[in-house]
Design a binder for this molecule. Sequence first.
Ligand code: ZN
Length: 490
Amino acid sequence: MQTLSLSQELPKRFGSLFEQQFNHYKNKADFVAFKMISETTRDFTVRNGKPDMMHTFHDIGVLIEIMKDGHIGYGATCELTPDGIAKAFAAAEKMTGVSSKYPVAKFDMSVRPKSIGQFKSQRQTGLDQLSAAQIYDFLKKTSLKLKVNDKIITASAEAMVIECRQKYMSSQGANFEQDFNIIVSAFSATAQDGAETQTRSLHGGRGICLQIGSEFFDIDRTLAECEQTSAEALELLTAPNCPTETCDVILAPDQMLLQIHESIGHPLELDRILGDERNFAGWSFVQPQDFGSLEYGSKIMNVVFDPTASNEMASYAFDEVGNPAERKYLIKDGILQAGLGSLESQYRSQISGVANSRSSSWNRAPIDRMANINLEGGSHSLEQMISEVENGVIMYANRSWSIDDYRRKFQFGCEIAKQVKNGKVVGTLKNPNYRGITVPFWKSLKALTANNTVETYGSPYCGKGEPSQVIRVGHSSPYALFNNIEIFGG
Ligand SMILES: [Zn+2]
Protein backbone atom coordinates (compact mmCIF):
# COMPACT_ATOMS: atom_id res chain seq x y z
CA MET A 1 0.00 0.00 0.00
CA GLN A 2 1.32 3.45 -0.92
CA THR A 3 1.55 5.85 2.02
CA LEU A 4 0.70 9.48 1.45
CA SER A 5 2.58 12.30 3.13
CA LEU A 6 0.33 14.60 5.18
CA SER A 7 0.61 17.36 2.56
CA GLN A 8 -1.05 14.93 0.14
CA GLU A 9 -3.36 13.20 2.59
CA LEU A 10 -4.98 16.27 4.18
CA PRO A 11 -6.34 17.83 0.96
CA LYS A 12 -7.55 14.36 -0.09
CA ARG A 13 -9.28 13.85 3.24
CA PHE A 14 -11.05 17.23 3.10
CA GLY A 15 -11.42 17.50 -0.71
CA SER A 16 -14.95 16.11 -0.90
CA LEU A 17 -16.16 18.19 2.07
CA PHE A 18 -14.58 21.27 0.41
CA GLU A 19 -16.44 20.71 -2.86
CA GLN A 20 -19.71 19.77 -1.17
CA GLN A 21 -19.61 22.87 1.07
CA PHE A 22 -18.62 25.11 -1.86
CA ASN A 23 -21.65 23.85 -3.82
CA HIS A 24 -23.84 24.52 -0.79
CA TYR A 25 -22.72 28.18 -0.51
CA LYS A 26 -21.86 29.17 -4.09
CA ASN A 27 -25.19 30.92 -4.80
CA LYS A 28 -25.52 32.66 -1.43
CA ALA A 29 -23.81 35.91 -2.59
CA ASP A 30 -23.13 37.73 -5.88
CA PHE A 31 -19.77 35.92 -5.92
CA VAL A 32 -18.37 33.13 -3.73
CA ALA A 33 -14.88 31.56 -3.82
CA PHE A 34 -13.41 28.83 -1.62
CA LYS A 35 -9.64 28.35 -1.37
CA MET A 36 -7.98 25.49 0.52
CA ILE A 37 -4.28 25.71 1.37
CA SER A 38 -2.44 22.72 2.83
CA GLU A 39 1.22 23.04 3.72
CA THR A 40 3.76 20.73 5.34
CA THR A 41 7.09 22.24 6.38
CA ARG A 42 9.99 20.17 7.67
CA ASP A 43 12.58 22.45 9.21
CA PHE A 44 16.09 21.29 10.17
CA THR A 45 19.16 23.05 11.55
CA VAL A 46 22.48 21.31 12.25
CA ARG A 47 25.23 23.23 14.07
CA ASN A 48 28.81 21.99 14.26
CA GLY A 49 27.69 18.54 13.18
CA LYS A 50 24.98 18.24 15.86
CA PRO A 51 21.18 18.60 15.50
CA ASP A 52 20.05 22.02 16.72
CA MET A 53 16.42 22.11 15.63
CA MET A 54 14.15 19.69 13.83
CA HIS A 55 10.43 20.10 13.53
CA THR A 56 7.54 19.33 11.21
CA PHE A 57 4.61 21.70 10.86
CA HIS A 58 1.31 20.88 9.12
CA ASP A 59 -1.20 23.56 8.32
CA ILE A 60 -4.50 23.33 6.47
CA GLY A 61 -7.45 25.67 6.24
CA VAL A 62 -10.03 27.29 4.00
CA LEU A 63 -10.47 30.94 3.01
CA ILE A 64 -13.96 31.98 1.90
CA GLU A 65 -14.32 35.10 -0.19
CA ILE A 66 -17.64 36.66 -1.09
CA MET A 67 -18.73 39.73 -3.03
CA LYS A 68 -22.01 41.52 -2.36
CA ASP A 69 -22.97 44.70 -4.15
CA GLY A 70 -19.35 45.24 -5.27
CA HIS A 71 -17.81 44.77 -1.81
CA ILE A 72 -15.47 41.90 -0.95
CA GLY A 73 -15.33 40.16 2.43
CA TYR A 74 -13.37 37.24 3.85
CA GLY A 75 -13.81 34.51 6.44
CA ALA A 76 -11.40 31.68 7.18
CA THR A 77 -11.28 28.51 9.21
CA CYS A 78 -9.08 25.56 10.03
CA GLU A 79 -12.15 23.79 11.45
CA LEU A 80 -12.88 21.70 8.38
CA THR A 81 -16.47 20.75 9.23
CA PRO A 82 -19.83 22.09 7.98
CA ASP A 83 -20.04 24.06 11.24
CA GLY A 84 -16.56 25.61 10.79
CA ILE A 85 -17.37 26.57 7.19
CA ALA A 86 -20.71 28.10 8.29
CA LYS A 87 -18.90 30.34 10.82
CA ALA A 88 -16.33 31.42 8.21
CA PHE A 89 -19.09 32.21 5.70
CA ALA A 90 -20.95 34.27 8.32
CA ALA A 91 -17.70 36.19 9.07
CA ALA A 92 -17.26 36.94 5.34
CA GLU A 93 -20.87 38.20 5.13
CA LYS A 94 -20.35 40.41 8.18
CA MET A 95 -17.11 41.87 6.78
CA THR A 96 -18.76 42.58 3.43
CA GLY A 97 -21.55 44.44 5.21
CA VAL A 98 -19.11 46.54 7.27
CA SER A 99 -16.77 47.31 4.34
CA SER A 100 -19.71 48.52 2.21
CA LYS A 101 -19.97 51.52 4.57
CA TYR A 102 -16.37 52.58 3.74
CA PRO A 103 -15.96 51.76 0.03
CA VAL A 104 -12.62 52.20 -1.74
CA ALA A 105 -14.21 50.89 -4.93
CA LYS A 106 -17.25 49.00 -6.12
CA PHE A 107 -15.80 45.95 -7.84
CA ASP A 108 -17.34 43.85 -10.59
CA MET A 109 -16.69 40.27 -11.72
CA SER A 110 -13.75 41.36 -13.93
CA VAL A 111 -11.55 41.12 -10.80
CA ARG A 112 -12.35 37.40 -10.38
CA PRO A 113 -11.74 35.56 -13.69
CA LYS A 114 -12.90 32.06 -14.53
CA SER A 115 -9.60 30.16 -14.56
CA ILE A 116 -9.36 26.41 -14.88
CA GLY A 117 -6.20 24.33 -14.75
CA GLN A 118 -3.43 22.70 -12.77
CA PHE A 119 0.14 23.63 -11.88
CA LYS A 120 2.92 21.44 -10.55
CA SER A 121 6.23 23.12 -9.71
CA GLN A 122 9.39 21.83 -11.44
CA ARG A 123 10.93 18.75 -9.81
CA GLN A 124 12.62 15.51 -10.79
CA THR A 125 11.72 13.65 -7.59
CA GLY A 126 9.08 14.84 -5.12
CA LEU A 127 10.11 16.08 -1.69
CA ASP A 128 7.68 13.55 -0.18
CA GLN A 129 10.21 10.89 -1.24
CA LEU A 130 12.83 12.36 1.09
CA SER A 131 13.08 11.05 4.66
CA ALA A 132 14.02 13.14 7.70
CA ALA A 133 17.09 10.90 8.13
CA GLN A 134 18.29 11.71 4.59
CA ILE A 135 17.90 15.47 5.15
CA TYR A 136 19.64 15.32 8.52
CA ASP A 137 22.51 13.23 7.12
CA PHE A 138 23.05 15.78 4.30
CA LEU A 139 23.08 18.72 6.73
CA LYS A 140 25.41 16.93 9.15
CA LYS A 141 27.96 16.25 6.40
CA THR A 142 27.81 19.84 5.11
CA SER A 143 28.04 21.31 8.61
CA LEU A 144 31.13 19.21 9.38
CA LYS A 145 32.68 20.26 6.06
CA LEU A 146 32.21 23.92 7.01
CA LYS A 147 34.08 23.39 10.29
CA VAL A 148 37.55 23.14 8.79
CA ASN A 149 39.41 24.14 11.94
CA ASP A 150 38.98 25.56 15.47
CA LYS A 151 38.80 29.13 14.19
CA ILE A 152 35.38 28.26 12.73
CA ILE A 153 33.31 28.66 15.89
CA THR A 154 29.91 28.04 14.29
CA ALA A 155 29.23 25.92 11.22
CA SER A 156 25.54 25.94 10.46
CA ALA A 157 23.52 24.04 7.84
CA GLU A 158 19.77 24.56 7.53
CA ALA A 159 17.00 23.28 5.28
CA MET A 160 13.30 24.06 5.14
CA VAL A 161 11.52 21.46 2.99
CA ILE A 162 8.06 22.67 1.99
CA GLU A 163 5.20 20.88 0.26
CA CYS A 164 2.22 23.12 -0.45
CA ARG A 165 -1.10 22.54 -2.22
CA GLN A 166 -3.78 25.04 -3.19
CA LYS A 167 -7.29 24.35 -4.45
CA TYR A 168 -9.60 27.15 -5.61
CA MET A 169 -13.23 27.10 -6.79
CA SER A 170 -15.46 30.07 -7.52
CA SER A 171 -19.07 30.73 -8.47
CA GLN A 172 -17.70 32.27 -11.70
CA GLY A 173 -16.64 28.73 -12.68
CA ALA A 174 -12.96 28.98 -11.70
CA ASN A 175 -11.49 25.65 -10.63
CA PHE A 176 -7.74 25.16 -10.27
CA GLU A 177 -5.17 23.30 -8.21
CA GLN A 178 -1.49 24.12 -7.66
CA ASP A 179 1.17 21.89 -6.13
CA PHE A 180 4.50 23.33 -4.96
CA ASN A 181 7.73 21.69 -3.77
CA ILE A 182 10.04 24.31 -2.26
CA ILE A 183 13.47 24.28 -0.60
CA VAL A 184 15.01 27.03 1.50
CA SER A 185 18.56 26.15 2.50
CA ALA A 186 21.37 28.09 4.13
CA PHE A 187 24.98 27.20 5.00
CA SER A 188 27.25 29.49 6.99
CA ALA A 189 30.60 29.54 8.77
CA THR A 190 31.51 32.01 11.51
CA ALA A 191 35.25 32.45 12.05
CA GLN A 192 36.84 34.09 15.10
CA ASP A 193 40.36 35.15 15.98
CA GLY A 194 40.74 37.33 19.08
CA ALA A 195 38.32 40.25 18.81
CA GLU A 196 37.67 39.69 15.10
CA THR A 197 34.58 37.72 14.07
CA GLN A 198 33.44 37.21 10.48
CA THR A 199 30.58 35.20 8.98
CA ARG A 200 30.50 33.96 5.43
CA SER A 201 27.52 32.10 4.06
CA LEU A 202 26.56 30.41 0.85
CA HIS A 203 24.79 33.28 -1.01
CA GLY A 204 23.95 35.36 2.07
CA GLY A 205 21.62 34.81 5.00
CA ARG A 206 18.65 33.81 2.84
CA GLY A 207 20.75 31.15 1.15
CA ILE A 208 19.13 29.17 -1.62
CA CYS A 209 15.39 29.44 -2.24
CA LEU A 210 13.99 27.38 -5.12
CA GLN A 211 11.02 25.41 -6.32
CA ILE A 212 12.76 22.06 -6.70
CA GLY A 213 12.53 18.40 -5.72
CA SER A 214 14.83 16.16 -3.73
CA GLU A 215 17.47 16.45 -6.50
CA PHE A 216 18.46 19.69 -4.72
CA PHE A 217 20.38 17.63 -2.15
CA ASP A 218 23.49 17.11 -4.33
CA ILE A 219 26.12 16.37 -1.70
CA ASP A 220 29.27 16.68 -3.87
CA ARG A 221 28.35 20.13 -5.21
CA THR A 222 27.32 21.40 -1.79
CA LEU A 223 30.43 20.12 -0.02
CA ALA A 224 32.64 21.94 -2.55
CA GLU A 225 30.65 25.15 -2.01
CA CYS A 226 30.89 24.78 1.78
CA GLU A 227 34.68 24.37 1.57
CA GLN A 228 34.92 27.67 -0.32
CA THR A 229 32.55 29.37 2.17
CA SER A 230 34.72 28.43 5.17
CA ALA A 231 37.94 29.40 3.38
CA GLU A 232 36.47 32.87 2.77
CA ALA A 233 35.31 33.24 6.39
CA LEU A 234 38.91 32.58 7.52
CA GLU A 235 40.32 34.90 4.86
CA LEU A 236 38.09 37.73 6.14
CA LEU A 237 39.73 37.54 9.60
CA THR A 238 42.90 39.14 8.22
CA ALA A 239 41.43 41.16 5.35
CA PRO A 240 41.59 44.97 5.46
CA ASN A 241 38.43 46.99 6.00
CA CYS A 242 36.52 48.26 2.96
CA PRO A 243 37.69 51.86 2.29
CA THR A 244 35.39 54.91 2.36
CA GLU A 245 35.28 56.45 -1.10
CA THR A 246 33.21 56.90 -4.26
CA CYS A 247 34.07 54.31 -6.90
CA ASP A 248 32.72 51.69 -9.29
CA VAL A 249 30.80 48.83 -7.70
CA ILE A 250 30.04 45.43 -9.19
CA LEU A 251 27.21 43.70 -7.32
CA ALA A 252 27.05 39.90 -7.45
CA PRO A 253 23.64 38.24 -8.04
CA ASP A 254 23.41 37.22 -4.35
CA GLN A 255 23.43 40.92 -3.36
CA MET A 256 21.39 42.06 -6.38
CA LEU A 257 18.52 39.95 -5.08
CA LEU A 258 17.96 42.36 -2.20
CA GLN A 259 18.76 45.45 -4.28
CA ILE A 260 15.99 44.40 -6.70
CA HIS A 261 13.63 43.43 -3.88
CA GLU A 262 13.89 46.64 -1.88
CA SER A 263 14.44 49.30 -4.54
CA ILE A 264 12.31 47.91 -7.41
CA GLY A 265 9.87 45.37 -5.96
CA HIS A 266 8.44 47.22 -2.96
CA PRO A 267 8.19 50.70 -4.53
CA LEU A 268 6.27 49.30 -7.51
CA GLU A 269 3.52 47.64 -5.42
CA LEU A 270 0.32 49.39 -6.48
CA ASP A 271 -1.37 49.02 -3.08
CA ARG A 272 1.59 50.92 -1.56
CA ILE A 273 1.32 53.59 -4.25
CA LEU A 274 -2.43 53.82 -3.50
CA GLY A 275 -1.56 54.36 0.19
CA ASP A 276 -2.98 51.10 1.61
CA GLU A 277 0.30 50.19 3.30
CA ARG A 278 1.33 53.58 4.69
CA ASN A 279 0.55 52.70 8.33
CA PHE A 280 2.74 49.65 8.27
CA ALA A 281 5.11 48.79 5.41
CA GLY A 282 5.22 52.35 4.05
CA TRP A 283 4.48 54.34 0.93
CA SER A 284 6.43 54.77 -2.34
CA PHE A 285 8.29 57.53 -4.12
CA VAL A 286 6.60 56.30 -7.33
CA GLN A 287 3.48 58.29 -8.28
CA PRO A 288 0.53 56.94 -10.34
CA GLN A 289 1.40 59.32 -13.21
CA ASP A 290 4.97 57.91 -13.41
CA PHE A 291 3.90 54.72 -15.24
CA GLY A 292 4.88 54.89 -18.90
CA SER A 293 7.25 57.83 -18.44
CA LEU A 294 9.52 57.64 -15.36
CA GLU A 295 13.18 57.04 -16.26
CA TYR A 296 13.82 54.55 -13.46
CA GLY A 297 17.30 53.60 -14.58
CA SER A 298 19.77 53.49 -17.43
CA LYS A 299 18.78 52.15 -20.87
CA ILE A 300 20.18 48.67 -20.15
CA MET A 301 17.79 48.17 -17.21
CA ASN A 302 15.08 45.60 -18.08
CA VAL A 303 13.06 44.15 -15.23
CA VAL A 304 10.35 41.50 -15.56
CA PHE A 305 7.65 40.11 -13.32
CA ASP A 306 7.87 36.42 -14.19
CA PRO A 307 5.87 33.78 -12.30
CA THR A 308 6.40 31.45 -15.29
CA ALA A 309 10.16 30.96 -14.64
CA SER A 310 11.26 27.35 -14.04
CA ASN A 311 12.36 26.49 -10.51
CA GLU A 312 12.17 30.07 -9.22
CA MET A 313 10.74 30.51 -5.71
CA ALA A 314 7.42 32.20 -6.61
CA SER A 315 6.33 30.52 -9.85
CA TYR A 316 2.68 29.62 -10.39
CA ALA A 317 0.03 29.33 -13.10
CA PHE A 318 -2.61 31.49 -11.38
CA ASP A 319 -2.49 34.06 -8.63
CA GLU A 320 -4.84 33.43 -5.70
CA VAL A 321 -7.88 35.06 -7.31
CA GLY A 322 -7.41 33.11 -10.53
CA ASN A 323 -5.59 35.70 -12.64
CA PRO A 324 -3.44 33.70 -15.14
CA ALA A 325 0.29 34.27 -14.56
CA GLU A 326 2.20 35.98 -17.35
CA ARG A 327 5.71 37.34 -17.81
CA LYS A 328 5.54 41.10 -18.03
CA TYR A 329 8.01 44.00 -18.23
CA LEU A 330 7.88 46.29 -15.21
CA ILE A 331 10.79 48.38 -16.52
CA LYS A 332 11.81 48.30 -20.21
CA ASP A 333 14.96 50.06 -21.47
CA GLY A 334 15.01 51.99 -18.19
CA ILE A 335 11.40 53.29 -18.42
CA LEU A 336 8.75 52.31 -15.87
CA GLN A 337 5.99 50.32 -17.62
CA ALA A 338 3.77 48.51 -15.12
CA GLY A 339 3.14 48.15 -11.41
CA LEU A 340 2.91 45.19 -9.09
CA GLY A 341 -0.84 45.44 -8.83
CA SER A 342 -3.54 42.77 -8.73
CA LEU A 343 -6.80 42.97 -10.67
CA GLU A 344 -8.33 44.92 -7.76
CA SER A 345 -5.50 47.48 -7.67
CA GLN A 346 -5.59 47.76 -11.46
CA TYR A 347 -9.36 48.38 -11.27
CA ARG A 348 -8.87 51.09 -8.64
CA SER A 349 -5.82 52.81 -10.16
CA GLN A 350 -6.30 52.16 -13.91
CA ILE A 351 -2.55 51.35 -13.98
CA SER A 352 -1.25 48.30 -15.84
CA GLY A 353 -0.46 45.48 -13.38
CA VAL A 354 0.25 41.76 -13.08
CA ALA A 355 -1.12 38.49 -11.63
CA ASN A 356 0.14 39.03 -8.07
CA SER A 357 -2.78 38.67 -5.66
CA ARG A 358 -1.17 36.39 -3.08
CA SER A 359 -1.57 35.47 0.57
CA SER A 360 0.78 33.96 3.14
CA SER A 361 -1.75 31.25 4.02
CA TRP A 362 -5.44 30.31 4.25
CA ASN A 363 -5.96 32.77 7.15
CA ARG A 364 -4.98 35.92 5.26
CA ALA A 365 -6.66 37.81 2.41
CA PRO A 366 -4.58 38.03 -0.79
CA ILE A 367 -2.89 41.40 -1.41
CA ASP A 368 -0.44 42.87 -3.97
CA ARG A 369 2.84 40.95 -3.64
CA MET A 370 6.02 40.42 -5.53
CA ALA A 371 6.47 37.01 -7.12
CA ASN A 372 9.60 36.53 -9.23
CA ILE A 373 11.08 39.96 -10.06
CA ASN A 374 14.06 39.49 -12.36
CA LEU A 375 16.70 41.73 -13.91
CA GLU A 376 17.60 40.61 -17.44
CA GLY A 377 21.21 40.03 -18.45
CA GLY A 378 23.35 42.19 -20.75
CA SER A 379 26.31 41.33 -22.96
CA HIS A 380 29.44 41.38 -20.76
CA SER A 381 31.38 38.45 -19.40
CA LEU A 382 32.41 38.91 -15.75
CA GLU A 383 36.09 39.13 -16.80
CA GLN A 384 35.24 41.87 -19.32
CA MET A 385 33.26 43.77 -16.68
CA ILE A 386 36.15 43.62 -14.19
CA SER A 387 38.62 44.68 -16.89
CA GLU A 388 36.63 47.91 -17.37
CA VAL A 389 36.96 48.91 -13.69
CA GLU A 390 39.90 51.18 -12.91
CA ASN A 391 39.12 51.53 -9.21
CA GLY A 392 36.30 49.66 -7.55
CA VAL A 393 34.96 46.69 -5.59
CA ILE A 394 32.87 43.58 -6.22
CA MET A 395 30.42 42.93 -3.36
CA TYR A 396 28.89 39.53 -2.60
CA ALA A 397 26.08 38.22 -0.36
CA ASN A 398 23.84 40.59 1.55
CA ARG A 399 24.19 40.80 5.33
CA SER A 400 22.36 44.01 6.27
CA TRP A 401 19.92 46.49 4.80
CA SER A 402 18.15 49.72 5.55
CA ILE A 403 15.72 51.61 3.31
CA ASP A 404 13.27 54.42 4.03
CA ASP A 405 9.47 54.18 3.94
CA TYR A 406 9.31 55.69 0.45
CA ARG A 407 12.00 53.31 -0.85
CA ARG A 408 14.15 56.23 -1.89
CA LYS A 409 17.37 56.12 0.18
CA PHE A 410 19.03 52.82 0.96
CA GLN A 411 22.14 51.35 2.55
CA PHE A 412 23.29 47.73 2.18
CA GLY A 413 26.07 45.72 3.81
CA CYS A 414 27.66 42.64 2.21
CA GLU A 415 29.66 39.75 3.62
CA ILE A 416 32.74 40.09 1.44
CA ALA A 417 34.22 42.27 -1.29
CA LYS A 418 37.03 41.94 -3.80
CA GLN A 419 39.08 45.03 -4.54
CA VAL A 420 39.62 45.86 -8.22
CA LYS A 421 42.49 48.07 -9.44
CA ASN A 422 43.24 48.74 -13.10
CA GLY A 423 40.96 45.97 -14.33
CA LYS A 424 42.28 43.26 -11.98
CA VAL A 425 41.15 41.71 -8.67
CA VAL A 426 43.91 42.57 -6.17
CA GLY A 427 42.58 41.42 -2.80
CA THR A 428 39.77 40.76 -0.32
CA LEU A 429 38.02 43.40 1.81
CA LYS A 430 35.93 42.89 4.95
CA ASN A 431 32.80 44.78 6.09
CA PRO A 432 31.83 46.28 2.70
CA ASN A 433 28.82 48.61 2.56
CA TYR A 434 27.34 50.96 -0.01
CA ARG A 435 24.56 53.52 -0.11
CA GLY A 436 22.49 55.26 -2.75
CA ILE A 437 19.23 56.86 -3.83
CA THR A 438 17.00 54.59 -5.90
CA VAL A 439 16.60 56.39 -9.25
CA PRO A 440 20.11 57.95 -9.51
CA PHE A 441 21.54 54.57 -8.45
CA TRP A 442 19.75 52.66 -11.21
CA LYS A 443 20.69 55.40 -13.70
CA SER A 444 24.34 54.72 -12.84
CA LEU A 445 23.95 51.09 -14.03
CA LYS A 446 26.63 50.80 -16.73
CA ALA A 447 26.94 47.11 -17.61
CA LEU A 448 25.35 43.70 -17.01
CA THR A 449 26.81 40.26 -17.51
CA ALA A 450 25.10 37.97 -20.04
CA ASN A 451 22.02 35.83 -19.41
CA ASN A 452 24.15 32.67 -19.01
CA THR A 453 25.60 34.21 -15.81
CA VAL A 454 22.20 34.96 -14.25
CA GLU A 455 21.75 33.36 -10.81
CA THR A 456 18.43 32.75 -9.10
CA TYR A 457 17.76 33.42 -5.42
CA GLY A 458 14.82 34.50 -3.31
CA SER A 459 13.50 35.01 0.15
CA PRO A 460 10.91 33.20 2.23
CA TYR A 461 10.46 36.26 4.46
CA CYS A 462 9.00 39.22 2.57
CA GLY A 463 6.82 40.99 5.14
CA LYS A 464 3.86 43.22 4.42
CA GLY A 465 0.17 43.79 5.21
CA GLU A 466 -2.09 44.34 8.18
CA PRO A 467 -2.46 41.78 9.70
CA SER A 468 1.10 40.86 8.86
CA GLN A 469 1.86 38.40 6.07
CA VAL A 470 5.23 36.83 5.30
CA ILE A 471 5.55 35.49 1.78
CA ARG A 472 8.02 33.77 -0.58
CA VAL A 473 9.57 35.73 -3.46
CA GLY A 474 12.16 34.97 -6.15
CA HIS A 475 14.77 37.22 -7.76
CA SER A 476 17.27 36.45 -10.48
CA SER A 477 20.01 38.73 -11.70
CA PRO A 478 23.32 38.89 -13.55
CA TYR A 479 26.38 40.73 -12.14
CA ALA A 480 25.78 44.48 -12.43
CA LEU A 481 28.30 47.34 -12.69
CA PHE A 482 27.36 50.73 -11.22
CA ASN A 483 29.51 53.89 -11.58
CA ASN A 484 30.28 56.42 -8.84
CA ILE A 485 28.81 54.69 -5.79
CA GLU A 486 29.53 55.68 -2.18
CA ILE A 487 31.16 52.76 -0.36
CA PHE A 488 32.34 52.49 3.25
CA GLY A 489 33.73 49.98 5.75
CA GLY A 490 32.25 48.58 8.95
ZN1 ZN B 1 9.93 42.45 1.14
